[in-house]
Ligand binder design. Structure first.
Ligand code: AMP
Ligand code: MG
Length: 330
C-alpha cells in the first residue's frame, strides 16, 4: 500500500472521507499528538487500528468528534460538572469518560461500559472530523510502545506502507496526549495527566481526584498498565546531574553515542536534547526530542526536571514511562 502524505484541503478531506467510510485508516493532526483515525461505528475498521498499531486488545480507544457533533446518543447521561468542564475546556486536550449507550463498535471500549470522547481544538482535526461527520476512534499514530508522533514524518516513520493517508497539519504544539478524565462519579477523576491539569479542573468545578492504581488492581484506564513512549535506543532517567555526566562518559568510553535530555546541560560541550524551561515547553518538546535522539543516540540520559505541579504531572508521567521502563501504555 502506498502511504500518501497530503496537506489538509478540500481534495484531501474528500479522500479522507471516502477512505474512512470504506473502513480504512487515516492519520490526522491534533493539538496534542497525531491520531490514527478510523470509523468508530465500524467493527472491522476499529479492529484494524489495533492490528496496525500492535495495540493490546484490552486498551480502549478515544472517540473524536467535531464541535457541532451531538454526543447525547452516544452517552448515558452526564453529571452537572461535566457540562461545566465541556464549556470551560472544549474543544481542547481533555478526554471525558462517560457511561456508554453502546452505539459505537463494541471493540472501541474493550469490554468497559464507558466511552471516552474528545473534541480536539486543532483546526485541521476539526476540518477532518466535520468532513467525515462520524465519531472517529484515534489512538496516537505510533506503533504500540514507541514514542508518540508529533509530526506527519513521525507517523510515516512508523506506518509507511501500512495506511493509505496521513493528513499533514504541521507539528503538534501541545506535545503530550490529552488528559483522560473519568466523568462517571460524583467528582471528576484524572486517569491520565495531560495539558488540562488537576488545578485547572478543580478551579472550574471545585474538586478533582487523581486515580492511582493500587498494586495488583485491575487498572481503571487499561492503557496505564503498559510500558509506553519508548525510543528505539537505550534510555535512563536520573535525578542527579553528576551521575548523568558519569554515565555519559562511560557510554562514550564503550564507543557509544550518549545524549542528555535535560533543561540545562550540566557541563559544556556535551550532546544535548534540550527539553525546555517551563512545563508547557517540556510537554511540547518531549516526544520530538526523543524521536530526534533515537536516530543518532545509543543511550539517552534524561535528567529529571525540578519543576512540579500543573502540566509537570503529565510531563513526568511520560518522561518516566519513556526513559525508565516498568509498567505502561501504548
Ligand atoms: P491513546 O489513544 O494511545 O492516547 O490512549 C488512550 C488512553 O485513554 C489509554 O490510556 C486508555 O486506557 C484510555 N481510555 C480510553 N477509553 C477509556 C475508557 N472508556 N475508560 C478508561 N480509560 C480509557
Ligand atoms: Mg498512545
Amino acid at each position: 500500500m502506498k502511504t500518501e502524505v497530503l496537506p489538509v484541503n478540500e481534495q484531501s478531506l474528500a479522500l479522507a472521507k471516502q477512505l474512512i467510510l470504506a473502513g480504512e485508516l487515516v492519520a490526522f493532526h491534533t493539538e496534542t499528538v497525531y491520531g490514527l483515525g478510523a470509523d468508530a461505528r465500524n467493527d472491522e475498521a476499529v479492529k484494524k487500528v489495533f492490528e496496525v498499531k500492535g495495540r493490546p486488545q484490552d486498551n480502549p480507544l478515544i472517540s473524536h468528534v467535531h464541535t457541532e457533533y451531538d454526543i447525547t446518543p452516544l452517552i448515558d447521561g452526564e453529571p452537572p460538572y461535566a457540562q461545566a468542564l465541556r464549556n470551560a475546556f472544549l474543544p481542547g486536550p481533555l478526554t471525558m469518560v462517560y457511561p456508554s449507550t453502546g452505539r459505537v463498535s463494541k471493540y472501541v471500549s474493550c469490554g468497559l461500559n464507558t466511552l471516552s470522547i474528545r473534541v480536539p481544538a486543532s483546526q485541521s482535526a476539526q476540518a477532518f472530523l466535520r468532513a467525515v461527520n462520524v465519531p472517529i476512534v484515534a489512538p496516537s499514530a505510533n506503533l504500540s510502545k514507541h514514542v508518540s508522533p508529533v509530526t506527519a514524518e513521525h507517523v510515516l516513520d512508523d506506518f509507511n506502507g501500512k495506511i493509505p493517508l496521513i493528513l499533514d497539519g504541521g507539528a503538534c504544539t501541545g506535545g503530550i496526549e490529552s488528559t483522560v478524565l473519568d466523568c462517571t462519579g460524583n467528582v471528576p477523576q484524572i486517569l491520565r495527566a495531560g495539558l488540562v491539569t488537576r488545578e485547572m479542573i478543580a478551579s472550574v468545578v471545585g474538586a478533582c481526584d487523581v486515580y492511582h492504581m493500587a498494586k495488583g488492581e485491575k487498572p481503571k484506564s487499561p492503557g496505564m498498565a503498559y510500558k509506553h513512549y519508548s525510543p528505539r535506543c537505550e534510555t535512563v532517567l536520573l535525578k542527579d546531574a553528576d551521575e548523568a555526566i558519569e554515565r555519559y562518559f562511560e557510554e562514550e568510553k564503550k564507543g557509544g553515542v550518549p545524549y542528555l535530555l535535560c533543561t540545562r546541560s550540566p557541563k559544556e560541550g556535551l550532546r544535548v536534547l534540550p527539553l525546555g524551561e517551563s512545563g508547557e515547553e517540556m510537554a511540547s518538546n518531549l516526544y520530538a526530542r526523543l524521536r530526534e535522539g533515537e536516530r543518532n543516540a545509543t543511550l539517552i540520559i534524561a535528567i529529571e526536571p525540578n519543576e512540579r505541579g500543573g502540566v509537570m504531572d503529565g510531563v513526568l508521567n511520560r518522561l518516566t514511562r519513556a526513559c525508565k521502563g516498568g509498567e505502561d501504555e501504548t
